[in-house]
Design a protein around this ligand. Structure first.
Ligand code: 173
Length: 495
């Protein structure tokens, strides 16, 4: 049993459970059953230093500010710093993998970062980051959709100098790309989201801070340069006072726009992530007959998402307007009707997104929806509308993807996993390299398209007539094959 030993340590049981986080000892006995990730995972670290496991998935001050003062037992004695102690086998393995990464200048595109990240990330982190819902059709469709749009380049336009800079919600950006929010950055790299903040500062792009970052909101803002624009992604808390405080604090600290996530009243079932939970619990061998009701199906994301309010509705929009002057953008719009409702609700924009394929599987890509939604918005007023921006995200890996989206009416494009994999593989330097690669791709693509600036890019430069054609273009279903293989192996071992 993974944690049978723990019962021989003091304060290492359900009856009295202490843990060390950041050198402080906490009595969390009364909190065990409330822990969104379940009590088992805490019991594994009972009586020990839990910092290394705690850090990637909790904001630094979560435990200190939520546990009542009488549960703060004191400072840990020297020598109890297990997380700084001898390396585990997993850590040793990771160091070997990190040492064998290709040099950064051999990374030529954003796909390369994904391949390196997959090789070097701990299994749990790779499962969480890469997973998407159900059969993972939406995540693959996000990439496939870009391949159904073709360029119609123009010639003889003197493209000696080309410029791909822009403004996003009034903020200067060196690329028509912002860094989209992805949660739990420290699963990928010890500096977590700060890799993005620092690289964004150096290269003049905008980072969207996730509600569920591993670093605290203030750590991220403190790491930004004076005047560096930041956006905030918001998961709305069941306790609206918590949300109000968070949003108003963000505005006071200079955040320039609020992106409210509207496509996650419940988290999608990301089976790769869920399966890791089984592995984490010691493998399927432990499951006894008759234990079918044991709650083992959470995965990291589901375990930490219970605060999200599923009652969020259009009726809440005026309340958001009343608590902040930041531009409000709804992130996760997928239908023309909702796009028009957003326009009529006087928000400042929408993100067409299927949440990186992690929510409703088989929901169309942002790119495909863009065509219909722009057509619908054109019937309701001026276009482009200076007071209403349409962004898209999902599957963007190339400047050519971005240019296709801009041609079809997007104001700018969000890149989430692309940058996440870059820092998981190489830290801040990886993000900087990713930005440089995209910059080089913009330069080449603009010249080859015959466009000197982004305003030269229009719908006449693309053929999107095949965008709605899905038949026969869905790539091989890798997840299904992998699932079958895993279970047939497990069953064969058992037989
Ligand atoms: O996509 C996600 O994983 C995500 O948005 C999320 C939501 C709640 C908790 C953690 C992550």
């Amino acid at each position: 049993m993974a944690y049978s030993n723990c019962y021989s340590r003091p304060h290492a049981s359900r009856e009295s459970c202490w843990i060390i986080v950041h050198n402080r000892v906490y009595d969390i006995t009364d909190f065990l059953e409330e822990h969104p990730g379940g009590s088992k995972i805490i019991l594994r670290y009972a009586g020990q230093d839990a910092t290394a496991a705690y850090e990637p998935i909790h904001p630094p001050d979560m435990i200190s500010s939520n546990l009542p003062p009488e549960k703060h037992i004191g400072i840990a004695a020297a020598g109890t710093n297990a997380h700084k102690g001898p390396q585990t086998e997993e850590q040793k393995q990771r160091e070997i993998l990190l040492a064998s990464r290709p040099p950064l200048d051999e990374i030529l595109n954003l796909h390369d970062f994904e391949a390196v990240a997959r090789a070097v990330l701990p299994d749990k982190a790779w499962a969480y980051y890469s997973s998407a819902s159900d059969d993972e059709i939406a995540i693959r469709e996000n990439r496939a959709a870009y391949q159904r749009v073709w360029f119609l380049p123009r010639i003889l336009r003197d493209v000696t100098s080309v410029d791909w800079s822009t403004t996003i919600l009034g903020q200067k950006s060196s690329l028509p790309i912002y860094i989209s929010a992805t949660a739990l950055g420290k699963l990928g790299h010890p500096d977590g989201e700060l890799n993005l903040t620092r690289a964004a500062a150096k290269h003049g792009i905008i980072q969207m801070i996730p509600t569920l970052a591993s670093c605290s909101f203030d750590e991220i803002v403190d790491a930004a340069q004076p005047g560096q624009p930041l956006f905030l992604q918001l998961y709305v808390n069941r306790d609206r006072e918590v949300t109000k405080k968070y949003v108003q604090h963000a505005e006071k600290r200079g955040v320039k726009a609020l992106f409210i996530t509207v496509d996650a009243p419940q988290l999608g079932r990301r089976e790769k992530d869920m399966r890791m939970k089984f592995v984490d619990d010691g493998g399927t061998a432990k499951v006894q007959e008759g234990q079918a009701g044991v709650k083992k199906d959470q995965g990291i994301a589901r375990a930490i998402s219970s605060f999200i309010d599923p009652s969020l509705s259009w009726k809440d929009i005026p309340w958001f307007r009343s608590i902040t002057n930041m531009p409000i953008i709804l992130k996760g719009v997928a239908s023309s009707q909702d796009a028009i409702m957003a326009l009529e609700a006087n928000v400042q924009g929408i993100v067409l997104s299927n949440h990186g394929g992690r929510q409703l599987d088989n929901s169309r890509s942002g790119l495909e929806n863009l065509v219909d939604i722009v057509a619908a918005l054109k019937t309701r007023g001026p276009w482009p509308n200076p007071n209403f921006s349409v962004f898209i995200d999902g599957g963007v890996r190339r400047a050519s993807d971005v240019l296709k989206a801009l041609a079809l009416g997007a104001s700018a494009v969000g890149v989430g996993r692309g940058f996440l994999y870059a820092f998981s593989a190489y830290g801040q330097a990886g993000v900087e390299r990713a930005i440089e690669i995209l910059r080089d791709e913009f330069e080449m693509n603009l010249r080859l398209l015959g466009a000197r600036t982004l305003s030269d890019i229009g719908s006449d430069m693309v053929d999107a007539s095949g965008l709605h054609t899905h038949a026969g273009l869905t790539p091989e279903d890798n997840l299904f094959s992998a699932t079958c293989m895993v279970w047939s192996l497990v069953l064969r071992v058992k037989l």
